[in-house]
Design a protein around this ligand. Structure first.
Ligand code: CTP
Ligand code: MG
Length: 554
């Protein structure tokens, strides 16, 4: 057990400190507080998608009576669930029990007349509620609770971490505070569903699916929303309907390659979003990238969205990560901490560049956990051997098969603590032979690097690709230096553990201090002991007036 940090005030509970009440219960995805997945990926996707189709997004006046609002909407059918949130205005997410209620609401909704400007009529599920007469202040206005859609400030995070009882507790706290909440997850699926309505103007029956960190169980509050426009579903409706000797095909336009088809599709969908996608702003078509995409902000949800098409493999790798996240409760806690650590030290960035990505970091953690003795996670090849006929999946010639039923995988016999794993992760990668070895979660062991990129992490399904090809030698070196430094800090703490003067951030909190990185070379020169450096850093942080000024909340 650790002494509580006396320099920082200690809140009663994690939730109280954030002014947040307990996260909503009744999640259809998980039952546990840490939101470790319990259901199959495909089941979750199906359930969430269907839920989103019965859901509407309403921009509300700032003052509103929740009771009357719900009563008004229930004229259209019973409401399963609703919540409010704030994002440059007040918004309500309302889930009806039946899809028909949405159509009923749309039927009584008008297109606004805008004075000097003109509206492009589009009957979406994103509405604007106006009051005919303003509310009679106190009597009608109930105090509604808004669901927080952002991560805690770094100050609050430090308070929480310093008040934790152990390093393990710190890692679990960080997970609890940064993971996507039930409401945030709903909002992500709803946003995809709203975008799908727009894309359907060109491609009726298309599907827009979220992938990446929004669904792989490693998403932090505030992460981007990756979505892909799935046109293959349309194909499925029409297959095997041919009878006798006849086979009907659509007359279509042909283009020279799949890539050009992708670019053309995204180009028109980008135009659609730009011209009549309610709430879609800053639409950029990035069609010459390796994976062409349309990037835009969905103003109402606050999500930065990346829309791609033809990206089934990425969805499959999201499913694989989801599976790994579900296999052992330590996985997500460790991945979140490493992601936060990397962000705090600017090893990762929201701007694309020569830095390491969260996806690469996650794969590195999985690889590390496969290397423990006994292993905490199985290799992908092993997961493939457990697969049955239903799991079989070949995408664009790549074998993406792996078992999807958690129950068929034996839990690990490894009982190492998160504290030990964190330390060992830094030691392992602080000393990894990046110059000659590649990281390979398919086999769960190092391979000789097939090409000369500084960091080589094999794409689990497209095995000839390196997911970290963009990483420069200097960024890799920065990662290695920081990993060594962090291992050393934790090692020093072990030694100091018996001494009573622990009035400074410790464990994970010490590792997240942004200035540790900046002062590293300086500290090496001066050879100050870690505890003294951290103490100074704490003083400098305390004197900073702004609460949200550091990078830890990403
Ligand atoms: N992806 C991939 N190969 C890459 C980069 C990304 O296959 N070189 C896929 C992964 O499935 C990844 C998804 O695209 O999860 C989305 O990429 P990105 O947004 O960069 O990563 P996230 O996992 O979503 O993490 P973040 O929270 O940083 O957005
Ligand atoms: Mg992402």
């Amino acid at each position: 057990q650790r002494p509580l940090c006396r320099l920082l005030s200690c809140p009663g509970t994690v939730a109280a400190a954030l002014g947040r009440e307990e996260q909503s219960s009744g999640s259809s995805e998980t039952g546990s507080e840490d939101r470790t997945p319990k259901k199959r990926f495909s089941e979750v996707q199906k359930e969430r998608r269907e839920q989103a189709q019965r859901t509407v997004l309403i921009h509300c006046p700032n003052k509103i009576s929740e009771k009357k609002f719900l009563k008004y909407l229930s004229q259209h059918g019973s409401i399963n669930n609703h919540f409010f949130y704030e994002s440059f205005g007040l918004y309500a997410v309302v889930e009806f029990s039946q899809k028909e209620s949405v159509a009923s609401l749309q039927n009584v909704t008008r297109t606004p007349s805008l004075g000097t400007e003109a509206a492009i009529p589009f009957r979406s599920r994103y509405f604007n509620l106006k009051l005919k007469t303003p509310l009679n202040q106190t009597s009608e206005q109930s105090s509604m609770r808004c669901r927080n859609q952002s991560s805690p400030s770094s100050k609050k995070l430090f308070e929480l971490l310093c008040c934790a009882e152990s390093v393990d507790d710190q890692l679990n706290t960080l997970l609890r505070e940064f993971q996507l909440t039930e409401e945030n997850t709903r909002l992500r699926y709803l946003t995809c569903s709203l975008i799908e309505d727009v894309a359907a103007a060109y491609f009726p029956d298309c599907t827009v699916r979220p992938f990446g960190s929004s669904v792989n169980s490693f998403g932090k509050l505030g992460c981007d929303l990756d979505m892909f426009l799935d046109l293959d579903e349309i194909e499925k409706f029409s297959t095997h309907k041919a009878s006798g000797n006849f086979l009907m095909e659509f007359q279509v336009k042909n283009v020279p390659s799949e890539r050009i088809a992708t670019q053309k599709i995204l180009s028109v969908v980008g135009e659609c979003l730009d011209h009549f996608g309610p709430g879609c702003v800053g639409v950029q078509k990035i069609l010459n990238a390796r994976c062409p995409l349309v990037r835009f902000s969905h103003q109402a949800s606050g999500f930065q969205c990346d829309l791609t098409t033809n990206n089934r493999i990425a969805l499959k790798s999201s499913e694989l990560l989801y599976m790994y996240g579900a296999l052992d409760s330590r996985v997500r806690a460790l991945v979140f901490s490493i992601r936060c650590w990397a962000r705090a030290h600017s090893l990762t960035s929201s701007i694309p560049g020569a830095w390491i990505t969260n996806f690469s970091l996650t794969v590195m953690v999985i690889f590390f956990l496969q290397r423990r003795s006994p292993p905490i996670l199985p290799t992908l090849d092993y997961l493939k051997t457990l697969a049955d006929a239903e799991d079989k999946c070949i995408i664009e010639g790549h074998n993406c098969t792996f078992v999807r039923d958690f129950n068929r995988i034996k839990p690990s016999g490894n009982a190492e603590t998160l504290e030990l794993l964190l330390k060992e992760f830094f030691e392992y990668f602080g000393n990894f032979a990046f110059n000659k070895n590649s990281i390979n979660i398919r086999q769960g062991r190092e391979q000789n690097k097939p090409e000369s990129s500084p960091l080589h992490i094999q794409n689990p399904f497209e095995t000839s690709l390196n997911i970290s090809k963009n990483v420069s030698q200097s960024q890799l070196q920065k990662f290695v230096d920081l990993a060594r430094e962090s291992a050393w800090i934790l090692h020093q703490e072990d030694k100091d553990r018996l001494s009573p003067s622990n009035n400074q951030p410790w464990g994970l909190a010490a590792l997240l201090l942004p200035s540790v990185a900046n002062s590293m070379s300086l500290a090496k020169k001066k050879k100050k002991p870690a505890s003294e450096r951290i103490k100074n850093l704490l003083e400098s942080i305390k004197s900073e007036s702004t609460e949200n000024s550091t990078a830890t909340n990403g």
